[in-house]
Design a binder for this molecule. Structure first.
Ligand SMILES: [Zn+2]
Length: 314
């Protein structure tokens, strides 16, 4: 649910970052990939449909990735994901897609280099907690081994040509990647493929979704009774789809006590009380607020549940 902290496209840091990403690939490898991709396109007569070069695909922005995927999907009827192998009679991955898997080869070829790229840029890109759920820390190192998964936002199984695209990667926790998302896509159309990608410049989850603590019908308001409450995600602009996809309502329900703790603190220290404390100690009111609720600390340091805490304050 958290935007990946890529610099603005017009910021020189952005071109440095994409150049550093492209440098993971040797010139010889890039040339070989370009040739094989061009051959594949000619063979399948799709050069007009997919004019992008390998280099374009590696650093295409999220809008272009969404467009590439929508166009690639139009080939599904002609190039289905699985076909029957005449030799064995069994359904298996289409040979034409296998060829693409080999060209845009992520697993066992570039995956370690790409993980290294994210580890090296973890501070700059604010990679700290899962970008899909914000419930787990993901950059804990153990003997230099990365402790986070990198999801292909648009699944490489369905669109192998985006298997190495920088803005198709989402650092996330194992639950989100290996138990929930797997090889599924989140959106249903081009606009949604773009909208729900946390690598996007205009990723709007924070604005469009608010986490609320609601009173259960039939229960009196009583912050000492957690069963009287439930966590609710209020969504605009279709973001319900993303919340439901990652089962955020159920998963956050388990952490309801944290939301209740904040609500209690808020009730104990209303604005008037904070003003008095500030006067008494010679602090500013925002200082007292921050010391009590740590809102800025959680946000600036990209701690887990930062959004939950912040939304509880509104
Ligand atoms: Zn997660």
């Amino acid at each position: 649910m958290k935007k990946i902290g890529y610099p603005d496209r017009h910021d020189p840091k952005f071109s440095t970052l994409t150049a550093q990403y492209l440098a993971l690939f040797t010139v010889a490898d890039l040339n070989r990939m370009e040739n094989e991709w061009a051959d594949w396109k000619t063979r399948e007569r799709v050069t007009g449909l997919l004019p992008e070069t390998v280099k374009d695909l590696l650093v295409s922005d999220v809008a272009s990735l969404a467009s590439v995927y929508a166009r690639f999907k139009t080939l599904r009827r002609r190039i289905p994901l699985k076909t029957i192998n005449p030799a064995t009679g069994k359904k298996e991955r289409n040979a034409k897609l296998k060829k693409l898997d080999g060209i845009f080869c992520y697993t066992n070829k570039y995956d370690d280099d790409i993980a290294g790229f994210f580890v090296n840029h973890a501070d700059e890109l604010h990679i700290s907690s899962c970008h899909y759920c914000e419930m787990s820390y993901i950059n804990v190192y153990q003997t230099k081994k990365r402790q986070f998964d990198i999801d292909h936002y648009i699944p490489k199984e369905k669109c192998p040509i985006l298997g190495l695209s920088l803005f198709n990667f989402v650092p996330c926790c194992q639950v989100c990647n290996s138990r929930i998302k797997l090889a599924k896509e989140i959106g249903r159309n081009q606009a949604e493929y773009e909208k729900f990608n946390p690598a996007g410049e205009h990723y709007g989850f924070d604005d469009k979704v608010k986490i609320r603590l609601r009173n259960k019908p039939g229960f009196k308001h009583n912050l000492n009774n957690p069963t009287a409450y439930y966590i609710y995600f209020r969504c605009k602009d279709g973001f319900r789809r993303m919340v439901d996809f990652f089962h955020l309502t159920e998963r956050y329900e388990f952490h309801k006590t944290e939301a209740i703790r904040i609500k209690k603190l808020k009730a104990q220290y209303p604005k008037s009380a904070r003003r008095k404390i500030a006067k008494m100690l010679g602090y500013t009111e925002p200082q007292v607020y921050e010391d009590l609720f740590h809102e800025r600390f959680l946000k600036d340091n990209h701690r887990c549940f930062a959004k939950l805490m912040s939304d509880m304050m509104r």
